[in-house]
Design a protein around this ligand. Sequence first.
Ligand code: URA
Length: 217
Amino acid sequence: MTVARDFDQLTVVDHPLIRHKLTLMRKVDTTPADFRRLLREISSLLTVEATRNVPLDEVHVETPLCKTAGWRMQEPVPVVVPVLRAGLGMADGVLDVMSEADIGHIGVYRDEETVRPIEYLVRLPSRLSDRTVVVVDPMLATGYSGAHAVTVLLDNGARPENIVFMALVAAPEGVKVLTDMHPKVRVVTASLDSHLNEKSYIVPGLGDAGDRIFGTL
Ligand code: URA
C-alpha cells in the first residue's frame, strides 16, 4: 500500500549539514561511536526547528554598554522526553542547545510479532499542561510506539498543540498513524524515507537505531 507523503503537521529539516550527517549515519560501516556523535549533532540541529514556538517573556538586561530588552524562555521550561531506549541517543543533543530543559522518560519496546508497543516505564516532570514537550525517538516507523508515547503524555496533562515529536527518520506509514491519532502534534524529522519493509523497518533507513547507538548488533 502506498501512503500519501503530504502531511500538514510534518516538517522535514533538510539543511545541508543534516543531509551530510544523516548520509554518514545510514552507511552500514559507520561505527557506534560515530553514529552516536552524528545522532547527537543532528538532534541539536533539529531542536532549533522543534522549539520554534517555545513561549518567551520579555526581560531587560544590562550589557557592558547599556540597558537593553531581550528574551527568556517562560517557566516552566520545556521538557525533553526520550522514548527508551533509542531516544536516549537524541536527548543529549537536545540538551546541548537547551540545557534548561527538564527530562522525562517513557520506556516502550515493540513486540516483534505484533509490532505493538509494550510500556515498561513512565517518569515525567510535573506541570506538563504548561510546557512544550519534545518527544525524541530516532525512528518513526509504524508510529505505534510514538502514538503510544504521545497518549501517555496527554494522559499526564500535556496539551497536544504543545507536543513536538522529533524523529531522525520517519516513514510515511508512521507519520500517518501518529498524526491520524494525534492531529495537533507536530512532527519534525531529518528525512521522510520511502516506506516500511515487511519487518517494519524503514527503507532506506539505517537499520536498528538502538543497536547502532549502543553497539548491541
Ligand atoms: N526501529 C529501528 O530502529 N529501525 C527501523 O527501521 C524501524 C524501527
